[in-house]
Design a protein around this ligand. Structure first.
Ligand code: URA
Length: 411
């Protein structure tokens, strides 16, 4: 095979053959196809697309570059959730222990934030001592019936290594937001992870990759088909990401809000999405549980008990106070009225610039940085009332966080 022929074929709108796909993914992972060649191929795919059979083969080829985990020896169902990424999306934190309460093991292999979207591991690292990297043996031990039954940890470098390289390349070549490439990227990792059931939370709106409903629906359908073909019971929900989820965006702030949910309280939208996803995961695992029973497990502390055990097993202290930002700034309403919109992308960018996210993959994040929201769309507000509190460890960053144009700021 010759990389140039494969690039030219896709450039000219042809289908790639199975053996061409297998070769190019493997050769790229081994370093035998150059970065500039894969960049050109990614752009050709971005512009020309791939059909379902090509996407399925591309996904399979990426899985084949690494290891596949297998939890069948646990003797209990496994279910995972994947969100395509948003602002204030801390759902994994209450969701994994909640599902575990009902006897379905949750291997939640997670990632870090990039750009304005938060990452689950960055959030959990706000907890003193908590460790993201676990061995496969540690992961399995946490999923057994005598453990917490759920684990949230870093996806090891052995899962779909082709995707790791390709994702970094796409990030720097304007080839991220393309259905075939996103679907194969996400599903290669999730299929390699070995989960029995998978629920996809496909976000739509300003704060999501997919801004339009038809794109989001196409992504969801593609991923569900890839999962089903690989023997994973896969379902998808399309959920709104035009407004942030809950009342916080930022690492420690989102852990604090998740603890409220695990204590039976918390913002309504976060609770409702947690319940909806938990119901879907349990149903897809053949253990349907009613919403009232799910709410009861949040209210009576069963989910919280699982959470505390999960955190302790990863060397975190569930009782340690969360870090608090040394600098805050409050943005108040300029007039009486009703809050009509709170843009997810704007809030995400503000949290990112305050230090909650990173500009480059290797940058550190601040645990304390982020945005607390005091009102959501539809709420009546009075002049002078606090709308947002900005948090950071580096006050010079206040200037970089775009506030809502006419708001008033107070140190
Ligand atoms: N998340 C991924 O893992 N891959 C993508 O391509 C986009 C989002």
């Amino acid at each position: 095979f010759d990389a140039v022929d494969i690039i030219a074929a896709k450039r000219d709108g042809q289908r790639l053959a199975d053996d061409q796909i297998d070769w190019v993914i493997d050769a790229y992972t081994r370093g035998a196809v150059a970065e500039e060649q894969m960049s050109a191929l990614a752009m050709a795919i971005y512009l020309r697309g791939m059909d379902r059979a090509e996407i399925a083969r591309w996904t399979r080829a990426m899985i084949e570059t690494g290891e596949r985990m297998d939890f069948t020896a646990l003797g209990r169902p496994t279910a995972d959730k994947h969100s395509t990424g948003g602002v204030g999306d801390k759902i994994t934190l209450p969701l994994a222990p909640l599902v575990a309460v009902f006897g379905v093991a949750v291997p939640q292999l997670s990632g870090r934030g990039l750009g304005h979207t938060g990452g689950t591991l960055d959030k959990l690292e706000a907890i003193s001592g908590w460790r993201a990297a676990l061995s496969n043996e540690e992961i399995t031990a946490m999923l057994r019936a005598d453990g917490p039954g759920a684990v949230i940890c870093a996806a090891g470098s052995g899962l779909a290594p082709a995707d790791r390289r390709l994702y970094a390349l796409r990030d720097t070549t304007a080839t991220v937001s393309c259905v075939p490439l996103i679907a194969s990227s996400i599903m290669s990792k999730k299929i390699a992870e070995g989960t029995g059931a998978l629920v996809l939370d496909v976000k739509v709106g300003s704060g999501a990759f997919m801004k339009e409903m038809d794109q989001a629906r196409e992504l969801a359908t593609t991923m569900v088909e890839l999962g089903q073909d690989a023997g994973v019971t896969t379902r998808a929900l399309l959920t709104d990401m035009s407004t942030p989820l809950g009342l916080s965006a930022g690492n420690a702030l989102e852990v604090a809000e998740s603890l409220e949910v695990l204590a039976g309280a918390g913002p309504r939208d976060v609770v409702e999405l947690t319940i909806a996803l938990a119901a879907e995961m349990l149903d897809a695992s053949g253990r349907p549980i009613g919403e009232d029973e799910l709410r009861a497990a949040l209210a009576d502390g069963r989910a919280m008990d699982r959470w505390r055990e999960m955190i302790r097993r990863q060397d975190g202290d569930p009782d340690a106070p969360l870090p608090v930002a040394p600098h805050t700034e409050v943005i108040t309403a300029p007039a009486d009225g009703v809050l009509t919109a709170l843009d997810a992308l704007a809030v995400g960018v503000a949290a990112w610039r305050l230090g909650a996210g990173r500009a480059r993959k290797e940058d550190p994040v601040q645990a304390v940085a982020g945005v607390q929201m005091h009102a959501k769309p539809g709420d009546a507000v009075r002049a002078g009332q606090a709308l947002l509190t900005l948090h950071t460890a580096s006050p010079e960053r206040f200037e970089r966080a775009p506030g809502p144009g006419r708001g008033h700021r107070h140190q």
